[in-house]
Design a protein around this ligand. Structure first.
Ligand code: SAH
Length: 228
């Protein structure tokens, strides 16, 4: 895994990682700006995909089709919906689900996508490497739920935690997972907690976006050190 695609939804998340790498080349595909970076013996291709599942899926396919990457990492922030995670903790997904995908009228379980499934597993080797990293006991591994909703209502957070046993919610990870699954590309999603749904967590989000993005970037660098 020497050529690593890294997708961020937002500028703040991208910049927290860009600061730590040496940019060797910049280019554009459509509206997307790509930063090719060196980190030790690895080449990383960083890109800000924009918010939401469609942007994330489209960007993943562009990376796969044009840039000969061996693996995709998705790095950013998320809303904590489990009592086990706190602001600025890191959550590494072992699997992802789309909490807003709903074909229940046709007898599918909530979140089940025909020909894909309900949960999509992250690459086992990457999850194992991630599980060996310890930053002050602030790392959890578990399910991440994605959907095209910024979750603010506490009840919605509780429901998603209850239905999918998810540790956090965000808006891109499971879309990237689906594209990687369909294209047979290994992937991992790494998020740091920026907020927790409580009615006004958009304020907490703004307050902790930079700090949580830095946590996620720190974790990413530790992971890059371990990937062979
Ligand atoms: N402030 C941005 C919008 C942020 S949307 C703007 O004005 O453009 C929230 C982003 O952070 C998404 O990319 C999502 O993946 C993640 N996220 C963080 N907390 C979240 C939450 N509570 N619910 C859903 N997504 C969340």
């Amino acid at each position: 895994m020497n050529r690593i695609g890294i997708i961020f939804a937002m500028k703040e998340e991208l910049e927290a990682t860009l600061e730590k790498l040496e940019v060797i080349n910049e280019f554009k595909i459509f509206d997307l700006d790509f930063f090719e970076c060196k980190y030790k013996d690895k080449t990383c291709v960083l890109v800000e995909c924009g918010i939401g599942k469609v942007n994330a899926a489209r960007c993943s396919q562009i990376l796969i089709d044009n840039l000969e990457i061996d693996v995709i990492l998705n790095v950013g922030v998320a809303g904590g919906i489990s009592s086990f995670v706190n602001i600025c903790d890191v959550v590494v997904a072992d699997k992802l689900v789309q909490h807003d995908f709903d074909l229940r009228p046709f007898d599918y379980e909530r979140g089940f996508i025909p020909k894909v499934g309900k949960y999509i597993n992250c690459d086992e080797y990457l999850v194992k490497l991630a599980s060996e990293i310890n930053i002050d006991n602030k790392i959890s591994i578990g399910t991440i739920a994605s959907g095209d909703i910024f979750v603010t209502e506490e009840m919605m957070g509780k429901k998603i935690n209850d239905k999918f046993s998810a540790l956090c919610v965000e808006m891109e990870g499971a879309a990237i997972a689906q594209i990687c699954y369909l294209s047979n590309v290994p992937f991992l999603v790494i998020r740091s907690i920026s907020d927790s749904p409580n009615g006004n967590n958009n304020i907490t989000f703004d307050e902790f976006l930079d700090q949580s993005s830095k946590m996620a970037a720190n974790f990413l660098i530790q992971l890059l050190n371990k990937i062979n």
